[in-house]
Design a protein around this ligand. Sequence first.
Ligand code: ADP
Ligand code: MG
Length: 244
Amino acid sequence: MNDVKIDISGLRKSFGSVEVLRDIDQQVTAGEVVCVIGPSGSGKSTFLRCVNLLEEPTAGKVVVDGIELTDPDTDIDAARRRLGMVFQQFNLFSHLSVLSNLTVAQRKVLGRGKAEAEAVARENLERVGLADKAAAMPAQLSGGQQQRVGIARALSMNPDVMLFDEPTSALDPELVGDVLAVMRGLADEGMTMLVVTHEMQFAREVADRVLFMDGGGIVEQGPPADVIGAPKEERTRSFLARVL
Ligand code: ADP
Ligand code: MG
């Protein structure tokens, strides 16, 4: 049997009378990289936010590492720590150094001591190529560097799974490559990743599986060579014709 990291069944989400996700079933296995593509408003962010319960699903089950997040008896804060999340906006604390940005949650949430938290932080800054920026303030960094700090911050919590919601969409084009390179490195290390992205080249090269979402559902999924290279569904084709 595959080692299932994320198991989603019958997931629905409505905002008032508007149904944004309709009956999504998905399994992500350990080490798998799944890229989610689709037009604006198709429900990609809501899907990702339901996976870590930043949005409460209207119906359905979300199980991460065998723990049901949608079970009201689950300690949601503890369970959510298994999931690292990186957003389009980096949301760094502007008044804290890079190093402190990486140690705050480790200390407050995981209860790590200062020395351990700093050692973990430095290790992860190294991992994203920013070992020399520990003492810098976020405003001294480029957008791409800030996003890499955001990734290092998420990694410092030792997540089992990383969720990315358009991590490069706010970046100037020349800064996108470094962030994608870090993500590619994580994929190569075997990190389980769910990535909402408009970077089709990245999805083609790095994803094990691509999900094309439209209208709150998964219209088509499969290896990138199929979904991006030879889409079966008309909706996928017309989306790709617009973005490629
Ligand atoms: P995507 O990330 O694919 O652009 P979203 O998941 O952000 O799509 O949004 C899907 C739909 O859900 C959109 O129509 C959006 O307006 C709606 N939506 C998202 N969040 C909310 C919310 N908090 N309240 C009401 N509607 C929302
Ligand atoms: Mg979105």
